[in-house]
Design a binder for this molecule. Structure first.
Ligand SMILES: [Zn+2]
Length: 563
């Protein structure tokens, strides 16, 4: 008896140690039917976006109940094979919207509501907006089951709080969700840049500075940085970046930063805070971080300055965070990293500039030699035309000349906006069966292409070789968890493998005896999945229809007897 009692205590301790992470304010219901364990926070840097919510672990499995955090109404339901997969948005009376993403399924009431809409649209993929009369929700109501749908890489709940009016993502750790965290952020390195008056980096003029952790603090060798004479042409502007992370709870659980501050001679020069991010601006993460450094060395530097046209709302000041230096300056610099629980770390050092006359230099870019961010551009080749809007580029880039043989630019330049591509279609082939392909960095990419006014039109973010291709071959469908020859099936799940050799899967539908049924498409595994209700028994005609982006349709049809 005593033995059982002790082991029960041990189990309890180990569970509570694991699930220490997130506390929910009593005004809200927990979004998950299990204790909330964090795996990612708001503001974490991801490829081409900031992480806009909290990720909660779901014991590596799907099907954990998801509950509405408060009274309100469903304002949006979306199903797509990419992005958030199956996602629900609920508007609440206090002006926030809660978002529950990567679900495996929705509640029965929601599925019943969706069925006629999907059937009418003949599409599993939907994105519908609802008003407050359509679908009221009570605090704690079961609304969905957790999953791994869309661009999720493992079962979890991606949960967001948004400002209903602006739709900006808000940091949930400042809005009713809290963590206990006694670890202060870690500072790994500092980087120094010569920049121009718009905050653009001067090529080749940057310096990485190693940071040491000493008793109770951080420092750099000699506590000073001596700027070489040719580092800042004409005694221009200087700026900093910091590399670091924050630890929450147990060791090894590293998260992104929350609040970054740079102080020079006791004046706060720069202050960023991940409290609110607009979805429209989230891609500016490519300008907020030193993306070139990350591509080269996988080291994440958060800039302590910004470019003039970076609109992210994380910046607390209008000023860019760059500063002018004079000969023989000695500046006291302090960089402070704070986490959401107000733990902080800081580093102090001096920046010493050389004596004497500055090194004279030409401007590092001009509109003659470079494509500059604030201009629009049109490139016209023999068979193609490309239009770039202003603020497509984050920094000035070297001109790459005109379009020769349908080659546009080169290399891996990350840009903010897609550009428009128009190409002349091939003769004697139906324009609707043609698409634009880009070969970029050795990879083949099929662009979603429309055919109108006798041109092929697409949007692209890729530089490389552009080619017009023809796709007249329908996608392939083959059974995955049963054999093509099986006529009797006992499983409640039917799955098929789908693929398209050229363009991607565009639409997928399931008909049973001619009637529309929901079908899931998992793009990651190229799988179509049908969850059969157990009431579906005996012989039925199963028909799967899959089309690609050039409108080629494959039909798979079979009579199956369900046990
Ligand atoms: Zn997430």
């Amino acid at each position: 008896m005593r033995y059982i009692f002790i082991s029960l205590i041990l189990v309890f301790i180990s569970i509570s140690a694991e699930s220490q992470n997130v506390k929910v304010d009593p005004k809200y219901h927990s979004p998950l039917g299990i204790p909330l364990q964090l795996s990612a926070i708001f503001g974490d840097i991801r490829p081409n976006h900031f992480h806009m919510g909290l990720d909660f672990k779901t014991n590596q499995r799907e099907g954990i109940p998801i509950h509405a955090i408060n009274d309100g109404y469903i304002s949006r339901i979306r199903i797509a094979p990419t992005g958030y997969g199956k996602v629900l948005y609920i508007n609440h009376p206090n002006g926030i919207t809660s978002v529950y993403a990567h679900c495996s399924s929705f509640s029965k009431e929601i599925l019943d509501y969706l069925l006629p809409i999907q059937t009418k649209a003949f599409s599993n993929n939907i994105d519908i907006k609802l008003t407050n009369n359509d679908f009221p929700i009570k605090k704690g109501q079961l609304i969905a089951l957790s999953g791994n749908s869309g661009s999720s890489t493992g079962p979890h709940l991606h949960f967001e709080i948004r400002d209903t009016e602006t739709e900006h993502g808000l940091n949930p750790l400042l809005h009713g969700f809290s963590i206990s965290d006694n670890f202060s952020p870690t500072i790994n390195a500092i980087k120094l840049y010569a920049v121009d008056e718009k905050g653009y980096q001067i090529p080749g003029k940057s310096m990485n500075i190693k940071v040491q952790k000493t008793n109770g603090g951080y420092s750099i060798a000699g506590n000073k940085v001596v700027i070489p004479k040719d580092f800042i042409p004409n005694y221009g502007l200087l700026a900093f970046a910091v590399s670091g992370f924050d630890q929450i709870g147990t060791a090894g659980s590293n998260y992104g930063l929350f609040e970054n501050i740079c102080v020079i001679n006791k004046d706060t020069l720069f202050h960023s805070k991940y409290d609110r991010i607009s979805f429209d601006d989230s891609r500016y993460v490519n300008s907020h971080q030193d993306l070139e450094e990350y591509k080269k060395n996988k080291t994440r530097f958060h800039k302590l300055f910004r470019t003039a046209h970076n609109p992210l709302q994380i910046y607390q000041f209008e000023e860019l965070g760059t500063f002018k230096i004079k000969p023989k300056d000695s500046l006291n610099v302090q960089v402070i990293l704070k986490d959401v629980s107000k733990n902080y770390s800081k580093i102090n050092f001096a920046v010493i500039t050389p004596e004497g006359s500055p090194v004279k230099s030409e401007k590092f870019y001009s509109s003659k030699t470079h494509l500059v961010p604030d201009s629009s551009y049109r490139f016209i080749g023999q068979e193609m035309e490309i239009d770039l809007e202003p603020y497509t580029f984050y920094e000035p880039i070297k001109k790459f000349g005109d379009i020769q043989n349908n080659r546009f630019g080169a290399g891996e330049i990350t840009i903010q906006k897609s550009f428009k591509v128009k190409m002349t279609p091939l003769k004697n082939v139906d324009g609707n069966k043609q698409y634009i392909q880009v070969i970029s960095n050795g990879k083949f990419n099929a662009l979603i292409t429309t055919f109108n006014e006798n041109k092929l039109n697409a949007e692209s973010k890729l530089f490389g070789q552009y080619v017009v291709k023809v796709d007249t071959i329908a996608p392939k469908i083959s059974p995955l968890n049963f054999k093509e020859t099986d006529t009797i099936i006992g499983s409640n799940i039917l799955s098929w493998k789908v693929s398209d050799g050229q363009t991607d899967i565009n639409n997928y539908n399931l008909l049973i005896d001619g009637e529309w049924y929901p079908l899931d498409y998992d793009l990651k595994s190229n799988r179509l999945v049908f969850n059969r209700q157990t009431s579906l028994k005996k012989t039925h005609t199963i028909e799967v229809l899959v089309s690609d982006n050039c409108g080629n349709v494959r039909a798979w049809k079979k009579k199956i007897y369900f046990n």
